[in-house]
Design a protein around this ligand. Sequence first.
Ligand code: HEM
Length: 145
Amino acid sequence: MPYAIPRSLSVACLVLALAACQHSVRSERPLYDQVGGEAGVAAVVDGLLHRVHGDSRLNGLFETTDLEDLRRLVNEQLCEALGGPCVYSGRSMEDAHSGLAITDQEFDWFVEHLVAAMNHAGVQSKHQSAILAVLGPMRPQVVGQ
Ligand code: HEM
């Protein structure tokens, strides 16, 4: 068998492949860190809430809301959802939005404000897409409750 690969070489290749794989997994930083950690998330949340509260199509929904509490909870939730070192301590999305009867249109306006806030905070478009992919699936838990 002139082309047989020596056993020791095969083992060496396998070890190298595993090491490379482990390295790529280790260098995959959480999205939370990639968007600037605590300060990066806070900039997005502040921009989002500021825009939502300035929008007369949406701000009536927040009339009785404790805004400081909301700010803290949205920061916590986004931090946890992006792989950061937080534990969300708020209500479920269904409970938090229960009785508000939020429509798909209102959800879309909210997302438009989120995108504007991310642009303003300088979040790269690949990270914006990843954040939207995390929040988008929450639509059915928010709309129509
Ligand atoms: C994926 C999108 C959304 C996320 C991640 C989110 C997240 C949250 C969180 C964490 C809270 C606080 C929960 C608690 O009090 O325990 C909250 C409350 C609230 N959210 Fe959202 N939300 C989303 C979409 C929306 C939309 C589209 C609207 C309206 C247009 C909205 C309106 C409200 C209001 C009015 C409250 C306060 C309710 C109260 O005062 O009891 N949210 N949301």
